[in-house]
Write a protein that binds this ligand. Structure first.
Ligand SMILES: C[S@@+](CC[C@H](N)C(=O)[O-])C[C@H]1O[C@@H](n2cnc3c(N)ncnc32)[C@H](O)[C@@H]1O
Length: 473
């Protein structure tokens, strides 16, 4: 027999699907009271879709519960919480309540109006609890809106200290900080990229949602690429470790190696792994070009948002293909040229004003963007979460090297590295458009078809192209 919670969730989902939020919300509220961790993810998803004009107290209490639930990534609720607070307190006031507290300590702000409010608050004399919560927020957003006068929270200071130590001790592929290429030339791009991420590790993720256990091997099997178990996985360009840690929590049977150029990024990941009790990720500092030095073959290699920052991405791809076991699976994500067109606009503005990637330069650029009327193309940047931290904004608009792609060129690059495309991992709205345009018989592995679709909907792959490919055995 289905439980009351399951029935309430089904009925709420149906009501929400029909846009009857006034009915869906009380049902979710009732279900949340019965099973916080089981219901919070569905509730959080609905919250993220709501546009609020009022602040019913029950909704506020439920939002606070969801922000603290272990099964929810609180960052997904950052916009909703900010909007609810701004509706509740339309004028700047010093107010203390559990929603302020949860928002400030669990989320990184991603709302421009809230940013102004935070800067206002930081200039006021505040009660202790609110001041401490604001200090947590200021640290997490890297003082992008101010707040430097607030004391660094004690656990953050301890974290910085721990990361310094971990970074110095990080195992390396080579004893030197950067190797030379086969011709003995210095790797200027790798060095510059490393310097960027040593200064600005990215992304500075906070509290991930607890994961349902899923077998990665079973997933690869379903993709038509079965692998021997136990499965060895390489996350190449793992940054601050979100992906390897998420994989380890999703499937504890995996043996995971996480490689990156930046010791500071790896140290962040290693500290988060230890905070979350994840022991099975091996963090290694080194260049993808030297990945063969690991002396290991992997059943799966994942590299998200990395190869397009290399001087010659096809060399990076060849190096990754070289450490795949025969028939092994590669998952990569690369920037779309069409979806990034507006970033070119940001690059022009930055060059025109002579802003550099220092905190002062990033702040000046942000102030320019925040002051733009909403109809200006660059105002779109305000919708990106990355805009709201110094490291995120640097990664988004000040990167020293970016290659952008059209899909057919990626197809050629994969084939050149001896890889066969398994699947373009397109978001659901893109899948729907593909079906409508090319019908059920349309070959979803035909990148020329996807390219035609993207030409009509240039923002279809705003979050990058994601692919699964297999090394031809
Ligand atoms: C945009 S971040 C992406 C981080 C992570 N994959 C993610 O999705 O959150 C790019 C990362 O790639 C790393 N990277 C860039 N070029 C690299 C190379 N040649 N070898 C190893 N890591 C590299 C950078 O140090 C940085 O941490």
């Amino acid at each position: 027999m289905r439980t009351e919670v399951a029935q309430l969730l089904d009925m709420a989902a149906e009501a929400a699907r029909q846009g009857r939020y006034g009915q869906a919300l009380p049902m979710l509220s009732r279900a949340l009271a019965l099973d916080v961790e089981g219901v919070a993810p569905a509730y959080a998803e609905l919250f993220a879709r709501l546009s609020l004009t009022g602040w019913p107290p029950q909704l506020e209490a439920d939002l606070v519960t969801c922000l603290h639930a272990a099964s929810v990534d609180p960052q997904a609720l950052a916009r909703t919480a900010a909007r609810m607070l701004l509706v509740k307190y339309p004028e700047p006031v010093v107010a203390e309540d559990s929603l302020w507290d949860a928002f400030l300590t669990r989320c990184i702000n991603v709302d421009p109006a809230m940013e102004a409010r935070l800067a206002w608050l930081a200039r006021r004399l505040l009660p202790d609890r609110l001041r401490d919560a604001l200090a947590v927020q200021a640290f997490a957003s890297e003082y992008v809106w101010g707040g430097e006068g607030l004391e660094v929270p004690a656990d953050a200071a301890a974290g910085i200290e721990a990361e310094r130590y971990l970074a110095a001790e990080m195992p390396r592929l080579f004893p030197r900080s950067s190797a030379r290429n086969e011709e003995g030339e210095a790797r200027h791009v790798s060095d510059a990229v490393r310097a960027q991420y040593e200064a600005n590790p990215y992304p500075r993720w906070r509290a991930p949602a607890a994961r349902q256990r899923v077998s990665v091997a079973a997933h690869l099997d379903a993709l038509g690429a079965p692998q021997a178990e136990p499965l060895a996985v390489l996350v190449a360009g793992c940054g601050t470790g979100f992906e390897p840690i998420d994989l380890a929590r999703t499937d504890p049977s995996l043996s995971i190696t996480a490689l990156d150029l930046s010791a500071a990024s790896l140290a962040y990941g290693q500290r988060m792994a230890s905070d979350l009790g994840v022991e099975k990720v091996r963090f290694v500092r080194g260049d993808i070009l030297d990945v063969g030095q690991l002396g290991q073959r992997f059943g799966m290699v994942s590299s998200t948002g990395v190869l397009h920052h290399m001087e010659h991405p096809e060399q990076g791809l060849a190096a990754l293909a070289g450490v795949l076991a025969p028939g092994g699976v590669l998952r990569i994500a690369l920037y779309s040229e069409r979806a990034r067109a507006w970033v070119a606009e940001a690059h022009r503005a930055i060059a025109g004003h002579g802003w550099d990637a220092s905190p002062a330069g990033i702040r000046a650029f942000r102030a320019h963007v925040l002051a733009l009327p909403p109809d200006q193309p660059l105002a779109r940047l305000r919708e990106s979460d990355d805009f709201y931290t110094l490291s995120g904004c640097r990664d988004l608009c000040f990167h020293i090297r970016e290659h952008w792609y059209r899909l057919p060129a990626i197809g050629e690059m994969l084939a050149g590295a001896g890889l066969e495309l398994l699947m373009l991992d397109a978001p659901p709205e893109a899948q729907d458009l593909f079906l409508r345009r090319f019908g059920a018989a349309g070959d979803r592995r035909d990148l020329a078809l996807w390219d035609r679709l993207e030409a009509d909907f240039p923002h279809l792959f705003a979050g990058m192209f994601h692919f699964w490919a297999r090394k031809v055995a």
